[in-house]
Ligand binder design. Structure first.
Ligand SMILES: [Zn+2]
Length: 172
């Protein structure tokens, strides 16, 4: 899917499920079920599971990750749900999400194989949690706030906040 379409879908979802601009994002309003667990192996930040027919999403999140990483992983999984649900197997297998903060696998191999769908899910997650209008507003009104405090406001990881600000042309 085109970048523009993904961003506009995510921003529509943001307006629908979080019109007040709450942070952390109120995921309980989204469809499906989110389970926080301590049963996931090292390196796995979360995962998603579809029921038969791909109708219902179950998202599993590693309880021990930072609040920001947990939130971002949830948004990323919803990205797969809205963008890739027709292509993801619904055979009861958990689609895992590696934790970029602790990943020890071969990034190059991973990126080559999955980069397009992962990139799209990240794009969705960023626009869902950091809608352009709110990021611009916060960045303008709290001029000089810095990336760290800004990432705390949106409750997202520092790296993802940096990428979003760059993408919106607010930092170089
Ligand atoms: Zn993913």
């Amino acid at each position: 899917m085109e970048t523009k379409k993904i961003v506009s879908l995510a921003e529509r979802m943001s307006a629908k499920f979080n019109p007040e601009g709450l942070t952390p994002f109120p995921f309980s309003r989204m469809p499906g079920m989110i389970v926080e667990t301590d049963m996931l192996p090292y390196d796995i930040a979360g995962g998603l599971l579809f029921t038969k027919e791909g109708g219902i999403i179950n998202i599993w999140i590693d309880r021990s990750r930072s609040e920001e990483r947990k939130l971002y992983t949830k948004a990323h999984c919803f990205g797969h749900y809205y963008l890739h649900r027709d292509n993801i197997p619904n055979d009861g297998q958990l689609i895992v999400e590696l934790d970029p903060d602790t990943r020890s696998y071969d990034t190059a191999v991973y990126k080559e194989k999955f980069w397009r769908t992962e990139y799209e899910a990240d794009l969705f997650a960023s626009a869902l949690l950091m809608p352009a209008r709110w990021v611009r507003k916060v960045w303008k009104e709290l001029k000089g706030i810095g990336i760290g405090p800004c990432s705390k406001i949106f409750c997202v990881p520092f790296f993802e906040m940096t990428m979003r600000l760059k993408h919106l042309g607010l930092i170089e």
